[in-house]
Design a protein around this ligand. Structure first.
Ligand SMILES: [Zn+2]
Length: 467
């Protein structure tokens, strides 16, 4: 079944690759037609209605649902998932021992390393019953992780994404531009690196073709198409926005949806200025769990607690209710390969208070970054994203910057300079970094044309290469 799917998708990919511009737009429109059918399908509409209603649940009702779904999941993994059967037997835990949600922490945390090593025994013996699809992530960290998602969970995921968009005024078929990591033009020198999907009314722009020479044609295209919505990787739309602000060009878009990468404060500032709109970010990941925990009107990330149980823990694994910690997630609806108390690798900041907009779900005030984004300076961990954010907002003259660490006391900065850049910027930057992380640190600066993207089109601004 899965092999057939793979063959089918690689056939479509080959067909697309070998077709001309018009045919490619036609093929994308077929994809759009399928998306349209999916959106209006009974399954999606039902899931969407339920998910939208869930936001109104009181904490008590949410806790009741959590416990019900958790008990069902635990019974399932005990009976059919070898990894959990062994884990429970060794720890002398039985599903019936989990008598309240607080008891969930009796189950050890599941790490990415364990998923890599124990992947096969994490699958249920009733695997096929859930018509799962194979996925993998981890392109930017260089250590791919493979897992499966149930067909039913995929419907929930899609509904989760639409719940986020619909809350922000989007309706299916509204004019949308996509500027993410999708390969839409295989000719690197193409003069028309964009395609149109008729059924979704969506214009796909290639992020891979975007360079300083053709930014003007991207802007021209956007001003002609006049989209209401735009979805993009933060790093990609930031480059365009920054250029527009330098040239004093303004475009108006209702809402820009970002996700998949850290949205730095200075990115948001430049994007909102260039497009006179609100940027709405979402948190999510490819692994079983939340796909689109979107920002609410107050700017907080509302965790999709109807799909997962979320915990935030400190280094020792103790739950914290306020402050910074690691996000742990139990996906409640993925039965082919269940992830219970999965360490997502994301560091978040939370406060105990509920959101002002009235949603009872847990909120995250800030996504600090990924675990691997931390720098290790003389035995002290420093959040690389935070450092990047703090120094970049204080310095003009830098379009993009990457921090690479290979030794304890040495940082390499790759800087894409703008016209305002001169050597005083570099000197100031060094002073500001040293002020924050230590005077003895050696900092080397190199000016580069661009920060390379990963195969998925994302950028990695913090590289910790300490062995
Ligand atoms: Zn809110």
């Amino acid at each position: 079944m899965i092999n057939t799917q793979l063959h089918y998708s690689s056939f479509i990919e080959q067909l697309y690759k070998n077709s001309g511009h018009e045919i490619q737009s036609f093929l994308l429109s077929i994809y759009g037609f399928k998306k349209k059918l999916d959106f209006y399908s009974l399954n999606n509409q039902t899931a969407l209605r339920i998910l939208q209603r869930n936001y109104l649940h009181s904490k008590d009702l949410k806790d009741k649902f959590h416990f019900l779904f958790l008990r069902k999941l635990l019974n399932h993994v005990y009976k059919t998932v070898p990894y959990y059967k062994e884990l429970f037997v060794n720890a002398n835990i039985f599903p019936s021992d989990i008598k309240s949600l607080e008891d969930l922490n009796k189950i050890p945390i599941l790490t990415k390393e364990q998923v890599r090593k124990k992947g096969t025994i994490l699958k249920s013996s009733k695997f096929q019953t859930f018509s799962p699809k194979n996925y993998f992530t981890g392109g930017t960290t260089g250590k791919p992780l493979s897992f499966t998602i149930d067909n039913r969970n995929l419907i929930l995921r899609s509904a989760e994404k639409y719940r986020h968009w619909l809350r922000n005024g989007y309706n299916f078929g509204d004019k949308m531009v996509v500027l993410r990591g999708m390969v839409i033009d295989y000719n690197h020198y193409s003069k028309k690196p964009w395609r149109f999907d008729y059924f979704q009314n969506t214009l796909y722009l290639s992020s891979y073709h975007m360079n300083s020479e053709n930014l003007d044609s991207y802007i021209e295209l956007l001003s002609e198409f006049k989209p209401d919505f735009l979805q993009a990787y933060p790093s990609t739309i930031f480059i365009l926005a920054r250029y527009m602000n330098e040239k004093k060009i303004k475009l108006s878009i209702k809402t820009i949806f970002t996700g998949s990468e850290t949205l730095y404060a200075h990115y948001r500032y430049e994007i909102e200025k260039a497009f006179s709109c609100k940027v709405v970010d979402h948190y999510g990941h490819g692994e079983p769990g939340t796909w689109a925990s979107g920002q609410c009107q107050c700017g907080n990330y509302i965790l999709s607690e109807d799909l997962s149980i979320f915990e935030v823990v400190d280094k020792s694994g103790n739950e914290i209710r306020s402050g910074k910690g690691y996000l742990i997630e139990t996906s409640l609806h993925n039965y082919s390969m269940p992830f219970i108390r999965y360490k997502t690798g994301d560091v978040v900041e939370i406060t105990e208070s509920k959101c002002q907009c009235g949603i009872q779900f847990k909120k995250v005030d800030k996504i600090i970054g990924r675990e691997g984004d931390n720098l290790k300076i003389n035995d002290k961990e420093v959040s690389g994203s935070m450092l990047l954010n703090q120094v970049l907002k204080k310095n003009k003259g830098i379009i993009e910057m990457q921090i690479k660490q290979v030794k304890d006391d040495e940082l390499f900065l790759s800087i894409v300079p703008s016209n305002d850049y001169d050597s005083s910027v570099g000197k100031r930057l060094k002073e500001q970094i040293r002020k924050r992380i230590g005077q003895s640190i050696n900092i080397e600066i190199t000016e580069v044309q661009e920060i390379p993207t990963s195969p998925s089109g994302k950028k990695k601004y913090i590289l910790n290469q300490i062995k």
